[in-house]
Design a protein around this ligand. Structure first.
Ligand code: SAM
Length: 255
């Protein structure tokens, strides 16, 4: 019977050999989530095949809280936390928010947890994602984001981490992401902005004057969106970048 540290070392070595960068952290997470030896072995094998860790443990950390993530559902990314935090700070007390393309509901769950007097609803086209978001406490409508949702001019904040990878760049994503994560969650069309443009148009209808849209983008996608934002009635565009200097999102106010 190996000691706990020998068992951790053995799992860490296997994950490292399989190409996991944070092998020790992942081994520790797996061993906590799967204390039964048979389940742990199955979990390690799934991770060795490249399946997302969050699908195996069933959870991901987001803005300091634990979000349930079902297998098959896009795993919320740390890069989206800034968008969620900014949205929470822009949502007035008791305000109303809508999270388009909600996935597991991480952004909406953060808004609801930050101000329990606020109300947030998620929209996603994928019923699996919607079921997962509901288990995270987020009311969700299964719909295409372009479908009429609620009353126009009824929301204080619209958030969206929509698919925004240009189709031709999907092959540049890590092989594990390409193999496992749903294409519906990633593919943004020719220039990556098919869905984001529809988000902006929908947000132009959904927001009250003075309400905020926050949307995740990358590269130099803010430039081609400038005209779309203006045409949908948005002003005062704010952008943010990560520590590597990569664009991560933009916010704009509805006039
Ligand atoms: C990049 S994932 C983001 C999920 C979540 N916002 C997050 O940050 O974890 C994009 C999500 O958009 C959903 N989606 C894709 N096309 C959609 C559409 N036309 N209408 C509604 N949701 C859509 C996908 O099912 C997926 O859950």
């Amino acid at each position: 019977m190996p000691s706990p540290s020998e068992a951790t070392d053995a799992v860490t070595d296997r994950l490292r050999a399989a190409g996991c960068v944070a092998a020790l952290e992942e081994a520790t997470e797996l061993m906590i989530a799967l204390p039964d030896a048979t389940e742990l072995e199955a979990g390690v094998q799934r991770r060795e095949r490249g399946e997302p860790l969050a699908w195996i443990t069933g959870t991901a950390a987001f803005c300091g809280r634990t979000i349930g993530v079902d297998a098959g559902v896009y795993v919320p990314r740390a890069q989206s936390e800034e968008l969620a935090r900014r949205a929470a700070s822009l949502l007035p007390a008791g305000g109303r928010a809508i999270d388009l393309c909600t996935g597991a509901g991480a952004v909406a769950a953060h808004l609801l947890a930050t101000d329990p007097t606020s109300w947030a609803v998620g929209i996603d086209a994928d019923p699996w994602a919607a079921a997962c978001a509901r288990r995270n406490g987020v009311p969700v409508v299964v719909a295409d984001l372009a479908e009429p949702i609620g009353r126009d001019a009824d929301f204080d904040v619209v958030t969206a981490v929509a698919p925004y990878v240009p189709t031709g760049q999907l092959r540049l994503l890590s092989p594990d992401v390409q193999r496992w994560e749903p294409r519906l969650a990633l593919d943004g069309g020719d220039d990556g902005l098919d869905l984001v443009r529809r988000v902006i148009e929908a947000a132009g209808r959904l927001l009250r004057p003075g309400g905020w849209l926050l949307v995740e983008v990358g590269g130099d996608q803010d430039r081609p969106l400038a005209r779309t934002l203006a045409a949908a009635g948005f002003a005062d565009v704010v952008r943010w970048w990560d520590e590597e200097g990569d664009l991560r999102g933009l916010a704009a106010v509805s006039r």
